[in-house]
Design a protein around this ligand. Structure first.
Ligand code: PLP
Length: 436
């Protein structure tokens, strides 16, 4: 009996797309094989519904759990909040404590609002920027969630071209009236940014970007973004939902000398409990009062206490330093295994958010087979590794040993021209492009 696969088959009939998050679909990893569901997660271990135990060397809760799953201290803080009452007609005092801590960590910022997920926090930041400037247009770089303001960039004048700017993200259902309100540029591509500034100038409400994702900023990219954005009187919004807390305490923007007007945090700030933070300068954040931004569950106590406990733990153990150290070790291990077994790969990404791709015409088939073979060895693994504090050295060593063995097998399969036969299940999907 296979409870995990059977449940996913049922889910696909009841839930369009099978899951709530594209990145959690088993089709993104290895269709018909990837265990879609977990019964328990602890540290970096996950148990599926058939009681198989895996070490998670993939995305650790799609980037949300940098301390590790079910962390004892964070869970304890949450359990106390539950016992004291997670919700009431009055507000949780911890929201003020978190506001003070966030403003202390970010001396450029004065005020804060909260939400409970990344995409909605970005939508709030964009609304505040539009309210503050009275303008509509948003320039952006990278991925920022599912909301209309963002997908509007995929609405073309010609309907047949809809979707061409952000491949893989369909804008169906987004009002056509929003066409021409959001335009993407690429990270480190100063010219494409300047062209957009020249085309849309004083109609631009906000410039939205991740501080960094795959590589460090080059040349004067960050300085030019900051200067031009200020010159036209637009709001600079930095999305720290995935970059934040991994390279340093606070946001990556602090490391690269980027001073935004608004910074947005989610995912890792609360290590697996729903949370979103919109932090900014007073003169910008005050515009949150000139528009309507309000929701019941943005007040729940768990989000605040989980964030406070997570930040304390990140500080106490200097966790970002550890994530960089092990992320570097993993990238080095991939490189060595690739050379040793003549299996060319491209390695990219900052150390705590590393990924690779097979340099091969059938790269998705190789990726699927890699995942299948790693599952057989007890690892949740794909062509990416998001580092967590729970990834203690013995797990990294065991994982790299398994990668070495699987790369050797993949090489053998390629030289004997046996890829299709070796992969007797469907190929994984390719996902969408982040434009980073
Ligand atoms: C940079 C960035 N912004 C926004 C989001 C959206 O966050 P959420 O999935 O919590 O809505 C993500 C999620 O992957 C992200 O990486």
């Amino acid at each position: 009996m296979n409870n995990t696969q059977d449940l996913y088959k049922k889910a696909k009939k009841l839930i369009p797309g099978g899951t709530q998050l594209l990145s959690k679909r088993p089709e993104m990893f290895a269709p018909d094989v990837w265990p879609a569901y977990y019964s328990r997660a602890s540290g970096c271990k996950v148990w599926d519904l058939d009681n198989n135990e895996y070490i998670d060397m993939s995305y650790m809760g799609i980037g949300s759990c940098i301390v590790g799953y079910a962390d004892e201290e964070i869970n304890q803080a949450v359990k106390t909040a539950v016992d004291l009452g997670n919700m009431s007609t009055l507000n949780a005092p911890e929201e003020v404590e978190l506001a003070e801590i966030m403003c202390d960590l970010h001396p450029w910022a004065d005020e804060i609002r909260y939400a409970r997920s990344g995409g909605e926090s970005m939508a709030i930041a964009v609304r505040i920027a539009r309210a503050c400037t009275g303008r509509d247009i948003v320039l952006f770089c990278g991925y920022h969630g599912w909301h209309d303001w963002y997908l509007a960039s995929n609405l073309a004048d010609d309907k047949a071209l809809d979707g061409h700017l952000l491949p893989g993200l369909s804008p169906r259902g987004v009002p056509r009236g929003l066409a021409g309100t959001a335009f993407p540029f690429r990270y480190n591509d100063t010219n494409s940014f300047i062209e957009l500034i020249e085309s849309h100038g004083h109609n631009i409400a906000a410039v939205v970007m991740e501080p960094l994702r795959n590589t460090m900023p080059e040349n004067e990219f960050i300085q030019i973004i900051q200067k031009k954005t200020r010159e036209i009187g637009a709001i600079l919004v930095v999305d720290e939902i995935t970059a934040g807390w991994r390279l340093n305490i606070g946001g990556a923007h602090l490391m690269i000398g980027l001073e935004p007007d608004i910074a947005v945090f989610g995912k890792a700030i609360s290590n697996g409990f729903p949370m979103g933070v919109i932090l900014g300068k007073k003169e910008v954040m005050d515009a949150a009062q000139d528009t309507f931004i309000s929701s019941t569950y943005w007040t729940d106590r768990i989000g605040f206490v989980a964030s406070l406990a997570t930040i304390r733990k990140l500080q106490k153990h200097n966790i970002p330093e550890y994530l960089n150290e092990i992320g570097k070790k993993v990238q080095k291990g991939w490189h060595q295994a690739s050379l040793k077994h003549s299996l060319p790969i491209n390695i990219d990404g900052l150390y705590p958010l590393g990924h690779f791709s097979f340099e091969h015409t059938e790269s998705l088939k190789l990726k699927t087979l890699f995942t299948k073979k790693m599952l057989q060895k007890g690892f949740l693994a794909t062509t990416a590794f998001y580092a967590s504090y729970a990834h203690k050295k013995q797990y990294i060593d065991a994982y790299l040993q398994a990668v070495d063995e699987v790369f050797a097998e993949l090489y053998g399969i390629l030289v004997s021209n046996n890829l299709d036969q070796a992969l007797d299940t469907p190929v994984c999907h390719s996902g969408f492009k982040r434009l980073t």
